[in-house]
Design a protein around this ligand. Structure first.
Ligand SMILES: Cc1ncc(C[n+]2csc(CCOP(=O)(O)OP(=O)(O)O)c2C)c(N)n1
Ligand SMILES: [Mg+2]
Length: 456
């Protein structure tokens, strides 16, 4: 018996479709049926063209869901700015060598005995030189008076600038009216040079915040008591100016101590990244209260800190008004022309106590002070002017007399101000007073009322 052999079907059997495949084909079939219905209902003439359009593969594709590839593309972040990479990140073969060398320039035009290197002299007229002297002397008269006022209990506290006059006057003199100054708490000389009414400086130190409100057109910020935080404000302001294409320069006055603060270093970092028109005018006066410069940093100069942030740092003799003026002027011209920031380290000395709340004798060697007194910025300019025939005792007496008169007038104006409104303290902490501040104000007003009643 021949075994039963199943006859192979001559028709090709189709592989049964998977559920997934059926599901996948459904929208395409649906679309085909829709097209046929449209073609039938359309007139004969139109039939051909409708068919052509509707059966175009793209027409069908549109109904499809986006592919995985497209979805992945869409998830990629948008590239806003193209970043150009250096040709090589690392060397192809093992090598050892110097990648880059840096240098920090130093500038002194006028030595301690008033001898001047004419080749290095900035372009200044005889009148400018006299203005330097007059502003420096006026600042010292102001400084002495402010200290006396504090001792007499007529102002709250004060940070003396004695010894730092050349750094402050030389740099502020290089600024233009439209530029902006961001001072620390020790900038009386820069304020005076920047045409600030002197009574405002005294008013501020008498504890009246209104002393920080400048008349319109005088572009000076209020003193910054927190060390170094205002460097960020200067950079932010300068960045804004750059975006608005305003040709201004912002000057942040900082101390050696401020270079140990994160805020200042962050400010320098972004100043470099965005190439903002800012000058960091660093007065290295050797002390941050009782902490000497050597304990701030192991770096040989403070100017070299700029190099890490990608811009120039220069060190100048901070008791030489010509060197400070020249470096500041060049840095400001560069910033105005779009050349970015500069750090100027003025090597100077704080001859007085940190503030009226300090006694430097407790931590400073008297010989150190003596060394710097020999390098007094006013003395050396006087010596230079004497040689040039720009100075006489009579002239100096007149300048000192005039300065004394102006300062006395400022004291009178300061002391004749009506007391500040108590509410202002609460009102201007935020744009609007919150409940907490409202409660505090109410409590204070109540206490003051009771005090008044007890007096009567
Ligand atoms: C953020 C902050 N930290 C600390 C202080 C306390 N303080 C006031 S002045 C000062 C030293 C500042 O030294 P420097 O920057 O060299 O300025 P100088 O006083 O020498 O002008 C310190 C630490 C402060 N006011 N703010
Ligand atoms: Mg200091």
């Amino acid at each position: 018996m021949t075994p039963m052999v199943r006859k192979k079907s001559s028709r090709k059997t189709k592989a049964p479709k998977s559920r997934k495949a059926v599901k996948k084909a459904r929208p395409a079939r649906k679309a085909q049926r829709k097209i046929s219905r449209k073609v039938k209902s359309a007139g004969k003439a139109k039939r051909k063209t409708i068919k052509k359009i509707m059966l175009k593969p793209t027409a069908l594709k549109k109904a499809k869901k986006p592919s995985r590839k497209i979805k992945a593309e869409a998830r990629k972040p948008t590239v806003i700015r193209k970043i150009s990479f250096p040709e090589r990140f690392i060397s192809e073969k093992a090598v050892s060598g110097v990648v880059k060398r840096f240098e920090v320039r130093y500038l002194q035009v006028l030595d301690k005995d008033g001898r001047c290197d004419e080749k290095l002299m900035p372009r200044v007229s005889s009148q400018d030189i006299k203005s330097f002297f007059e502003l420096m002397l006026t600042s010292r008269v102001f400084d002495d008076k402010a200290l006396a006022l504090q001792r007499q209990g007529r102002i709250g506290t004060y940070a003396s600038i004695r010894g730092q006059e050349a750094s402050q006057i030389g740099s502020a003199f290089a600024m233009q009216d439209q530029d902006w100054m961001f001072p620390s708490f020790r900038e009386a000389g820069a304020y005076i040079t920047r045409k600030t009414p002197m009574h405002l400086v005294l008013q501020y130190w008498s504890g009246d915040e209104r002393g920080g409100i400048m008349p319109k057109g005088i572009n000076n910020f209020t003193p910054s008591i927190p060390v170094g935080t205002h460097a960020l404000h200067a950079v932010g302001f300068a960045w804004g100016a750059r975006l608005r294409k305003d040709r201004i320069v912002c000057v942040a006055y900082i101390g050696d101590g401020a270079t140990s603060e994160g805020d200042t270093l962050e400010a320098m970092n972004f100043a470099g990244v965005f190439r903002v028109p800012v000058v960091f005018l660093l007065q290295n006066n050797q002390w941050a209260i009782s902490v000497p410069r050597a304990k701030q940093t192991a770096a040989e100069t403070l100017a070299q800190k700029a190099i890490a942030f990608g811009f120039e740092g220069i060190q100048v003799d901070g008791n030489d008004v010509f060197a400070v003026y020249r470096a500041a002027r060049e840095a400001m011209d560069k910033a105005r022309a779009g050349g970015g920031p500069t750090l100027i380290e003025c090597v100077t000395y704080r001859m007085g106590d940190h503030t009226t709340a300090d006694d430097a004798k407790r931590y400073r060697d008297a010989r150190e002070l003596e060394y710097w007194v020999q390098r007094d910025p006013i003395d050396r300019l006087r010596k230079y002017m004497q040689k040039k025939g720009l100075w006489s005792q009579e002239y100096e007496n007149k300048v000192a007399e005039e300065a004394g008169r102006k300062v006395e007038e400022a004291v009178k104006t300061m002391e004749s101000q009506p007391p500040p409104n108590i509410e202002d303290f609460f009102k201007y902490t935020y744009a609007e007073m919150n409940q907490n501040l409202k409660d505090q104000l109410a409590e204070l007003m109540e206490a003051l009322k009771e005090q008044q009643e007890r007096k009567e």
